[in-house]
Design a protein around this ligand. Sequence first.
Ligand SMILES: NC(=O)c1ccc[n+]([C@@H]2O[C@H](COP(=O)([O-])OP(=O)(O)OC[C@H]3O[C@@H](n4cnc5c(N)ncnc54)[C@H](OP(=O)(O)O)[C@@H]3O)[C@@H](O)[C@H]2O)c1
Length: 373
Amino acid sequence: MSLSKHILLTGATGFLGSHLTARLLQSGHRVTAVARGTKTASPKDRVEEVMHDVGLTQFENLTVVEGDIALPDLGFPEPLRNRIVSSTDEVWHCAASLSFQQEDRDEIFRMNVDGTRHVIDLVKQMPSRRLQHVSTAYIAGNRSDLALETDIDVGQNFKNAYEESKCRAELMIDADQRRGEIIASVYRPSIVIGDSRSGRATHFHGVYAFIRALWTALERLRRRMPEPGPVNLPLRVLGADTQTLNFVPIDYVVDGMVEIASRPESAGGAYHLANPTPTENRLWLSHICRLLAVEGIQLVGENSFLKSPMTKLEALFQKQMAFYYPYLQGEPRFDCRRTLDALNNTGPYCPPVTVELIDRMVGWYVDFLNARA
Ligand SMILES: NC(=O)c1ccc[n+]([C@@H]2O[C@H](COP(=O)([O-])OP(=O)(O)OC[C@H]3O[C@@H](n4cnc5c(N)ncnc54)[C@H](OP(=O)(O)O)[C@@H]3O)[C@@H](O)[C@H]2O)c1
């Protein structure tokens, strides 16, 4: 076990933050989670519920405080702020807006840029000035070349406000770090999916939204079928067969971040928690279709819709998935050398996306959807 630290963590109710909190607690650290309440649940109840979901049952080293990253000092009353500032060894910043909607642009920047500024300002008051920041590999935006871990803004364009805001937050951190005001490590996961051993996930963005949209369309069709069986669903999805998407299992991401963070020499670096071997879209699509028992779905280019107009279902699917489509057209390649060097000989190890892994991930989610139907 590494030296026990007192960690302040944002985003504990989210996908990465919940797994990370559990992992840090299991490593013997004490975690103070900053969370928001809702009309019906206190911050503490919300965090404990999600901790149960990720398999944690012991809460003695976990404290929950109410806070909002959109506010200076995260909205902490002064006595709480003073206590946190004097007792925290490092801050893990996971909270963010993951909206890809253009109309949420102001809100995305308020959370991801202003929110990170508020976290940095708090870190600067701490004796250690240590920040562990969760960013995304997709700050690389529309780059088609190899994105290095040392790169931040190289003049790239972005697919959406989310990518742009996360890049802006990194630039802020980099500037403060260069001035010696904070000591930061930046972790850039690619697209995070469920646990590599069980396939289990707890939050369902990205590829899960795609599977859910397909599953819902199929359910409607199956209800009208006289007998159960495979469905033929002619559906063209805008995307490129041989382009890749970079998926990483949640266990690799949190184990990797915690392992890297435990090494003092890692401070100051950025790390791509990405899959060294990304997967072609056609591999995912063919196995998703097999597991959903559906035929007729294909990835096509824009030209296909010029030749033959979109059906009603295709238009609906396109509308629902509009924000994910740019990712099916291609993505940057992420250089992971610094991360792999840091994890060399010790693990954790990022599993390649094999048919078995897809079966486990997609199979788990399809069972989950069926069980809830
Ligand atoms: N999921 C991925 O595939 C992926 C990939 C690469 C990078 N990342 C990065 O990983 C981090 C976590 O993402 P995620 O997938 O875990 O997202 P998520 O499931 O949507 O969780 C977001 C978290 O941020 C919290 N949050 C949002 N606004 C807040 C505010 N104003 N004050 C306090 N907390 C606030 C949310 O709290 P509430 O529950 O109160 O809303 C939630 O706990 C993000 O920085 C994201 O950019 C994620």
